[in-house]
Design a protein around this ligand. Structure first.
Ligand code: URA
Length: 236
C-alpha cells in the first residue's frame, strides 16, 4: 500500500499524513522516508517512532542464491535471514522448510509458526515446484517412476509429478512437484532413477511463486493476496 495511506491508518487525515511525511516524521523499516507514493508494508511504518498498525505476522519471500544456508544464523556461512535489513533480522522470522546450500530459488520466511508448520507437513499437501537439471536423457520411464513413488533406501517417496522440458543425451531439464520435503529428497529421487542432479531451483510453494523480478539475494514482502492464498491453502 502507498505510504501516505499507511500513515493515514494511524488516524491522520490524508493532508496531515502528507505533512508528517514531508517533515521527516515517518520511518519505514527504521529509515525516514519522504516519498508518500512509496509502496510499503503498513506494519513497518512508524510515525514519530510509534507503529501505525498492529505488527501482525510477517511474510517475506527471498530468492536464495547458491552458497547461502537456509537458517537464521550460522557461524561461518551467509544465511537467508542475513539477506534482510538488520531491523527485520531481529523480528523472529524463520524459514518455511529448507533448501540445501547449493539449491537456489524461493524461500518463504515468516513469524507465523502455524502456517510454516502446515506448509511443510505432507498432511496439508502444499505443493513444492522445483526446476531440475539432471545428467542424461529423461524419458517417460522416469515420469512414470516418479508417479508411482520412487523407492529410496529408507522410505518410498509419495507420488510426484515430473514434466519434461528438455531431454538431451548429456542433460535434461524437468519440473517436478512434490508434497513432502525430506532431507535431500529431490536429489535422492533423481539419483535413484539414474539421473544425478546438476542444478535445482525451487519455483513455487503452494500458491506462491518466486517473483521473476527478484534477482538472487533479493527479497520482498508477500502481497495481501499471496498471504490470503497461503491461509486458504493451510485452512487457517
Ligand atoms: N530437495 C533437495 O534435494 N534439496 C533441496 O534443497 C530441496 C529439495
Amino acid at each position: 500500500m502507498r505510504l501516505d495511506k499507511a500513515v493515514a491508518l494511524a488516524g491522520l487525515t490524508r493532508s496531515e499524513a502528507r505533512k508528517a511525511i514531508a517533515a521527516g516524521r515517518v520511518q519505514v523499516d527504521d529509515q525516514p522516508v519522504r516519498d508518500g507514493s512509496m509502496q510499503v508494508d503498513p506494519r513497518q511504518v512508524r510515525v514519530d517512532g510509534v507503529q501505525t498498525v498492529d505488527a501482525g505476522a510477517l511474510y517475506i519471500m527471498v530468492h536464495k542464491p547458491a552458497g547461502v544456508v537456509t537458517a537464521t544464523e550460522d557461524r561461518s556461512l551467509p544465511t537467508v535471514v542475513g539477506l534482510l535489513p538488520p531491523t527485520l533480522q531481529r523480528r523472529g522470522l524463520g524459514p518455511v522448510g529448507r533448501l540445501d546450500r547449493d539449491v537456489t530459488g524461493l524461500v518463504l520466511l515468516t513469524t507465523d509458526g502455524q502456517m510454516a508448520h502446515r506448509l511443510i507437513s505432507p498432511r496439508w499437501k502444499a505443493e513444492k515446484l522445483y526446476r531440475a537439471r539432471c545428467e542424461g536423457r529423461l524419458s517417460e520411464a522416469e515420469v512414470e517412476a516418479f508417479e508411482r513413488g520412487v523407492a529410496l533406501s529408507d522410505f518410498t517417496a509419495l507420488p510426484a509429478r515430473l514434466t519434461l522440458l528438455e531431454a538431451g543425451d548429456d542433460c535434461s531439464v524437468a519440473d517436478v512437484i512434490l508434497t513432502e520435503g525430506k532431507f535431500h529428497q529431490v536429489k535422492r529421487m533423481f539419483a535413484a532413477v539414474g539421473h544425478p542432479l546438476i542444478a535445482l531451483k525451487r519455483l513455487r510453494i503452494g500458491p506462491v511463486a518466486l517473483d521473476p523480478a527478484l534477482e538472487p539475494g533479493q527479497w520482498r514482502y508477500l502481497t495481501e493476496a499471496e498471504v490470503a492464498a497461503l491461509r486458504k491453502q493451510c485452512q487457517l
